[in-house]
Design a protein around this ligand. Structure first.
Ligand code: ADP
Length: 151
C-alpha cells in the first residue's frame, strides 16, 4: 500500500493545503495529514480546532487520516510505516527551504519527499496571511475550506 504523510502546522488548513491533498489523492492509497506539535510555537487555533477543521473537511474521504506528532518527521514516518512525505511548493522561497529539509530527511532515512506544485489559483495563500486577515476581522472565506468558516 502506497502511503504518504502530509506534515504541517495547518494553523489553519487553507485552500492551498486542500488543493495539494486533493491532487495527491490519486497518487496514494492513504494520506495521513499529520499536525506537527512544537511546544515552542504559538498557534492561533488550538490543536483540537485544527484537527476538527481537517476531519470535517475530509469526513467523506476514507483515504485521509488526521493525526498529530511531536519530534522528527522521519521518525514519525518510520513509526507509521510510511514511505513518502508530501509537500507543496508555491514559489522559489518554498523550494529552497523544502529542498534543504528533504535532503536532510534523505540523510536521516530512506523516505522520499514528493512535491506538488500549487495551482495558480491558490499559490498566494498562506496560513500566516489568513491569520492576519482573521485577526483584523477580515473575510477569510476565499482562502479556507468551509469547515474553518463554521467556527
Ligand atoms: P509548515 O509549518 O510546515 O510550513 P504549513 O501548514 O504552513 O506547515 O504547510 C504545510 C505544507 O503545505 C507545506 O509543504 C507548504 O509548502 C504547503 N502549503 C502551504 N500553503 C500552500 C499553498 N497555498 N499551496 C500549496 N502548498 C501549500
Amino acid at each position: 500500500m502506497r502511503r504518504a504523510i502530509f506534515p504541517g502546522s495547518f494553523d489553519p488548513i487553507t485552500l492551498g493545503h486542500v488543493d495539494i491533498v486533493n491532487r495527491a489523492l490519486p497518487l496514494f492509497d492513504e494520506i495521513i495529514i499529520a499536525i506537527g506539535v512544537n511546544a515552542d510555537k504559538k498557534y492561533m487555533f488550538s490543536l483540537d480546532e485544527r484537527i476538527n477543521f481537517i476531519k470535517e473537511n475530509y469526513k467523506n474521504e476514507p483515504k485521509i487520516k488526521v493525526t498529530t506528532y511531536t519530534g522528527l518527521t522521519t521518525d514519525y514516518c518510520q513509526k507509521m510505516n510510511v514511505d513518502f512525505i508530501l509537500r507543496g511548493l508555491r514559489n522559489p522561497a518554498d523550494f529552497e527551504f523544502e529542498k534543504a529539509i528533504a535532503q536532510t530527511n534523505r540523510k536521516l532515512s530512506e523516505i522520499e519527499t514528493v512535491f506538488l506544485l500549487t495551482s495558480a489559483t491558490t499559490a498566494f495563500i498562506s496560513s500566516s496571511i489568513v491569520r492576519d486577515v482573521y485577526r483584523h476581522g477580515g473575510d477569510i472565506s476565499k482562502f479556507v475550506p468551509k469547515s474553518v468558516l463554521k467556527k
